[in-house]
Structure formats: C-alpha cells, structure tokens
Write a protein of this length. Structure first.
Lengths: 296, 374
C-alpha cells in the first residue's frame, strides 16, 4: 500500500516535470517540421521567458494572466528575431551551416544575456505571485503549482492542436512541413508560415519558462541548457516533427527521470536519459510515433 | 668624479624614495563576485578591501590590490589565478572561497610558487592531495572532517535524533566530503542514515528525492551545500509536507538563504565559522566597522576573508624582504593570530585549528546556538 502511494506520488512528480519538457519539446518539433532544423537556441528562449516573467512579477507586479500574455509575446518576438536574423539568410545553405548557426545563437543568447547590465550571471530567486498550498489527498500530496502546471499545459496543448489541425494557418504549417516546394507552388506563403511556426513554438517555450519558474523558483541564464537538451531528446523520442510525439516524449522523459531517481539512483538519472536517446536513434530513428518514410 | 656624483645622486634619490613612498606589494583576491554564490563574493570583497585599508595606516608596504571573479567555476578560477600569478605577479592571494574552485587553484599556486590563503574552502583536498602537502597553500578555516563531525555530534547529542537523511551534490568535493563524514560519524554514534541521496549541480527538480525522503520519515535531514541549492531543496521538502528538522553547513551562511527558501527554512541549524554575536574585542571592532561601511552584519565569509587577508599582511610585515618564498615560510609558522573568527594557528598541513559554532536560522537571520571546540 505504501509502495503504491509512493508510486502515485512519484508519477505526479514525473508528470509535472514531463509537462514542462513537453511544452519545450513542442517548439523543437514544430520548427523541425517546417525547417528541418534543430533549433538549439530553443532552450535559451525558454530561459528568456522565465526572465521576462521574473521582471513582470517581481519588478512591475503585473497580474498573472497578463504575465502569460506578455511573456508569450516576448518570447515569440525573440523567436521571430532569431529566425529573421540568423536562419532566414541561410534558407538555401547546407543544413550543417544552419545547425552550427543554431549553436552559435544559443551561446550568444546565454553569454550576451549574462552580461552584468542585462540579466547578470547570478542566480535569482523567482517570486511566486501566490502562496503554495499543498493538498494532502491521502496517498499523494498535490500542490496548487502542480495543478496550475497541468491546467496550463493541458490548455496550451488543446489550443495548439486546434491551431494545427483546425485552422488555415495550421494547414499551411502541415503543408510546408510535408513538402516546402509544393506548398509554395500551391500559393502558400512559405516564409510567413515558417515565421508563424517559430512564433508559436517559442511562445510555448515562454509558457514553459513561467511554469518552470513557479515550480523551481530560482532562475539563471544557463537554466535552459539541460531542460533544452532533455526536451530535444523528448522530441526525438516521440518522433521529431510530430506534435503529439513531442508531448508524449516529454511525459516519458519526465517520468523516467523521476522513476530512475525514485527506484534506482539519482546519480544515474541523466546518464539514463542519454541512453534512451542512443537507443531510440539506433532502434527507431524516426521515434515512437514517426513513420519510417518521413525520415527519407 | 662625475660618475661618483651621479652614483651619489642616484643613491640619494633611491634613499629618499624609500623614506617618502612605501614599496608597493600586490595582493590578489579570487572570489565569486557573480554566479550562484555571489553573496559570498560580495562579502569577501568588502572585507578584503577593509583589511587592506586597515593595514594601510600602519603597515610597512603600500598594497596594490587585484580582484578577479571566479563565478564559483573551477575553470574561471584557474584562469583568474594564472592571471594573478603570471600577469599581475602578485606576492600572494586570498581565496578562492569555495572548495571546488580552491582545489584546482591550489595547483596553480603550487606550480607558480605563490602563497595562497583561502578563507573558507574547507575540503581537505585543498591543502593536501594524495597524502602530499601543497606547501604554498593555507587556509583560515577548519576542515570538513571536523565540520561534518560537529554537525553529526550536534544532531545526536543536542537534537537527540536517531534517524537522518543526507542529500548532497555528487559533483562537488565539498558537499560529497561532508556527506561522507556526517554519515560515518552519525552511524558510529548509533544513529541510522535512512536515505543517502545525491543530485547534480544543475538540478532544480528534487521532487523524486523529496518524495523518497517523505517515505523514509527521517527525524533530521542533512544538506551540506551552498545556500542557493539548500534553499531550493528545503523549499521543495516543505512543499512535499516533509517536516523533519534540518541541518546544514557553512555554505548556508548568506542573506539570500531566506530569500530563496522563504520561511520554510526557519528553524534549521547550520555549522559555521563564526557568529556575528561574538563578544571579543577584535570581532566587535570589525563588526562595528563593517556595519558602518556596508550597512549589513558581516557574515562568516566577510569575517574569514578579513582574517585571511590580515594573516598575509601581518606576516608580510614580519619578514625581511617581500618574496613569495619568504612569505610562505613565515606563514607556515603562524601561531596564535588574533582574528575576527578566533585564534588561528596553522598546523603542519596549513589548516587552521579552530572551533565551530552552530547557528539557527530565524526569520531575520542566523542566531547563535552553541560553540564546539576542536
């Protein structure tokens, strides 16, 4: 009985972490879908979102719903800027140039924002705009932060699903992802669609940044590195380019992290995540949900 | 005739120069002015400049200071130490204050034969490695085998707990060393360590560990890490409704501890080098002056840096010519130095033999609980 309660509690912990990974993984996977690019700067845009939320909450006492709106707008703008400045000029360049540029953008964002006059390289306590309430439900303790994380992530996913599968923009995104040239011939504004995808993906990272700040109230400019890498693994695991793949991949990575710490050893945790990446790449390079044909 | 005149002139200029202006000696400081433990670095810099200022009035030399930021990063620290020793050519330096930076920097000090006095790096590996003493490395603080024993003994004897959990950073010598000492002393004293768990430097999600600890229901949790990580962990423990008593180490001593952990850490204990409630004259004078200048009560990092800098400066006045080797030899004989944090003598390893204090975190900062003699 005690073991069952323990497992339930750890599952909730894993889902909490996984939900945030899922939000970040969405950005990776959507950008990959339309551009065939692993946007390594995505983790840093997530960090940027957390900092924007920090300033809105701590310095300007902006009400919570507005914090979400402004942060999403800010990260979307940064995403658009990165796309325009760094990736667009390389649209017809070899893939490797694009990849290396992404790494460069990532390092630039980290070290530029860590300047003393911008975000500083310090660890900053993230103030929660509400008090933490723990609900003891017998077998498990659920905090209001977890409730917020699940609710916000769930709502974002539904909206994103509707956007991708029920709107014209979504249809354009899927068309560009399927075949860019043909989509262009059909009269789809490819550049506009790519920019739009960037904006949506980075807005999701912005939400992830806010939730991360709530859950683990300490931020710094390098906070995006590990969640970025793990969310990337989540996107690959689910099948890169697939929206539902990214979500499930994120949850699987979050759960496996927590379960390894819970039942094996916390020291082995990160090692295991990377082993998952290697195994996926070896056995099912197109991911859990990817079709083999998409890879070719 | 002309030559003799010139020589005489030159000699007289040299002579008068030594009367008018003091010879300048450069002393460095390596401290984490930014990064995850920046309050340590800020206290350290304030106290270092205060020590140089206090020495300036009566000292034999004019002191040039060079301060470098290590960001609490071993690579940055090593680069900083190389800059101090090869470019600025300092005679000696104070710092780095965390063990994880001090250990690689101690190699630079040894290779370049420049004495360093770290104020707060408590890992044994700083001064001795593989049984070999690093002759140029000294410290103004006690070492972790002592600190870990103090924490474990206090837990057993004063808090009267029988079960404890230990959480430590697996990539940090300081944290890992203390965890191991605590475990062995606690178990030797008939206590049982019910959970011995590690995490990594960049971790922020401790939910798996806190849930695990909630299951094991220890009476006490030992968290030997710096304030930023300890604060985050304690917060998550309390959010998971873990009500165990808490004990930490000198890394907790920061005004930011309460900012990060909020009220969740109130009531927790930690071992430290000094308490601002110290009553002796040297400490009182320092605390008063520091408050006037910086508007805050000096924490242990400030007090220790002041002591480390004063150890170098006062030893400097005792030797004939200011050379690194001469300073090193004189430092290794240091005995009964009256510092802010107590009386300091270096043992054969260059470690200070000092007592530790236990503090309790209150709403407005740490309060003195007791002193433990070595």
């Amino acid at each position: 009985m005690e073991l069952l309660a323990y497992t339930i509690q750890q599952t909730i912990n894993g889902l909490q972490l996984g939900a945030i990974y899922a939000l970040i993984a969405l950005g990776y996977t959507m950008v990959y879908g339309v551009l065939r690019l692993i946007n390594f700067a995505h983790g840093d845009i997530f960090m940027f979102g957390a900092f924007v939320a920090y300033y809105l909450i701590a310095k300007w006492q902006v009400p919570l719903p507005l914090v979400f709106v402004i942060t999403m707008a800010a990260t979307a703008l940064l995403g658009l800027l990165v796309e325009r400045v760094a990736y667009k000029p390389l649209r017809s360049a070899p893939k490797i140039s694009l990849l290396i540029t992404a790494v460069g953008v990532s390092l630039f964002l980290e070290y530029f924002l860590s300047l003393q006059s911008i975000f500083t390289p310090n660890y900053i306590a993230f103030p929660r705009p509400f008090d933490v309430v723990s609900h003891d439900l017998g077998p498990a303790v659920v905090t209001n932060i977890q409730v917020i994380i699940f609710a916000v992530t769930g709502a974002s996913l539904v909206l994103l699903y509707l956007l991708v599968y029920r709107t014209k923009h979504g249809r354009a995104m899927r068309a560009v992802s399927h075949n860019r040239e043909t989509a262009a011939l059909m009269g789809i504004n490819v550049d506009g669609t790519i920019s739009f995808t960037f904006a949506v993906g980075t807005a999701c990272a912005g939400i992830g940044g806010i939730l991360y700040g709530f859950a683990y109230p300490q931020i710094n400019v390098f906070m995006g590195v590990m969640p970025g890498v793990k969310s990337f693994i989540a996107a690959v695991l689910g099948g890169i380019g697939l929206v539902h793949g990214a979500v499930l991949g994120g949850l699987v990575i979050g759960l496996s992290e927590v379960f390894v710490s819970a039942f094996v050893s916390s020291t082995l945790r990160d090692g295991l995540i990377f082993i998952i990446l290697l195994v996926v790449l070896l056995v099912r390079p197109s991911g859990l949900f990817g079709k083999r044909s998409e890879k070719v | 005739m002309k030559k003799t005149f010139l020589l005489a002139l030159a000699l007289s200029i040299l002579g008068s120069a030594s009367v008018q202006a003091k010879q300048t000696v450069k002393i460095g400081l390596i401290a984490p002015l930014t990064g995850d433990v920046k309050t340590f670095g800020e206290s350290s810099r304030n106290a270092f400049l205060m020590a140089v200022d206090d020495y300036g009035k009566s000292g034999r030399y004019a002191i040039g200071t060079v301060i470098v930021d290590d960001r609490n990063d071993p690579t940055e620290g090593t680069n900083g130490a190389l800059k101090l020793t090869t470019q600025d050519k300092v005679l000696a330096f104070v710092g780095p204050l965390t063990s994880k930076v001090a250990i690689p920097v101690s190699e630079v000090a040894t290779n370049h034969k420049v004495p360093m006095v770290t104020e707060a790096a408590t890992s044994p590996k700083v001064t001795v490695y593989n049984g070999k003493r690093k002759p140029y490395v000294f410290r103004a603080c006690f070492i972790d085998p002592f600190q870990g024993r103090v924490a474990a003994t206090f837990a057993l004897a004063d808090l009267k707990v029988k079960t404890a959990a230990v959480l430590y950073d697996v990539g940090n010598d300081y944290s890992r060393g203390l965890a191991a000492v605590f475990k062995s002393v606690f178990e030797a004293g008939k206590g049982s360590v019910v959970a011995y768990e590690s995490y990594q430097k960049d971790d922020v999600d401790f939910s798996a560990l806190t849930t695990k600890i909630r299951l094991k229901k220890p009476e006490l949790i030992f968290i030997p890490d710096y304030y930023n990580k300890a604060g985050l962990i304690v917060r998550q423990l309390r959010e998971k409704a873990v009500a165990s008593a808490l004990i930490g180490t000198d890394g907790w001593d920061s005004p930011d501890l309460l900012k990060i952990a909020g009220n969740t850490i109130v009531g927790g204990y930690f071992t430290n080098h000094y308490s601002p409630e110290r009553k002796d004259a040297v400490a009182q004078r320092f605390i008063k002056k520091y408050k006037e200048k910086h508007g805050a009560v000096p924490d242990a990092l400030a007090a220790l840096t002041y002591d480390a800098a004063m150890i170098i400066l006062q030893t400097l006045d005792k030797i004939e010519t200011p050379t690194p080797d001469g300073l090193m030899k004189s430092l290794s004989r240091l005995k009964d130095f009256q510092g802010v944090t107590g009386t300091i003598s270096f043992d054969k390893n260059g470690d200070a033999i000092k007592s530790a204090v236990i503090l309790r975190v209150d709403k407005d900062g740490p309060r003195y609980v007791t002193t433990v003699k070595p």
